[in-house]
Design a protein. Structure first.
Length: 149
């Protein structure tokens, strides 16, 4: 059950622990279940897993992680907010940092767009993913990312 819900939006609080990753994946897929195509569901599972795993692994905070899911016109907006200090993705960082993963690279490849925002002592990673499978015509990307709404 979401901790907060309004029409088309659900907010969940997750513990900053590894068990929250599959829980976030389940919550996101249930939220989008009736709208998302099978191929996009698989992409959603990977993208949510990567972003929540990063929050668990790298935030360094004991604060709960907030997962916000919002239905938009033809796509899902996902926001993951944690109490960590954040990061600024750098070009080539994956190849130069020993042990660095490809999580955000995967998110970029699997979603229509994504970003990182640092505000009020919190880090917010967000992404948008189309409901329709890849062979459907792509919808125009709006000017404002879902994070700004």
């Amino acid at each position: 059950m979401p901790t907060a819900e309004r029409e088309g939006v659900a907010t969940h609080q997750l513990e900053p622990e590894a068990a929250s990753v599959p829980e976030a994946r389940r919550l996101a897929c249930e939220f989008a279940e009736s709208l998302i195509g099978e191929a996009q569901r698989s992409r959603l599972e990977v993208a949510v897993s990567e972003v929540v795993a990063n929050a668990v692994r790298h935030s360094g905070s004991d604060e709960e992680i907030r997962l916000v899911l919002a239905h938009k016109d033809g796509y899902l907006c996902v926001r993951v907010i944690d109490g960590g200090t954040g990061l600024v993705p750098q070009p080539g960082a994956m190849s130069s940092d020993p042990g660095a993963g490809f999580g955000l690279f995967l998110v970029e490849q699997l979603t229509r767009r994504w970003g990182v925002t640092r505000e009020d002592g919190k880090t917010r990673v967000w992404f948008e993913i189309d409901y329709a499978d890849g062979d459907a015509p792509a919808l125009a990307i709006p000017d404002a990312p879902c994070d700004s709404l």
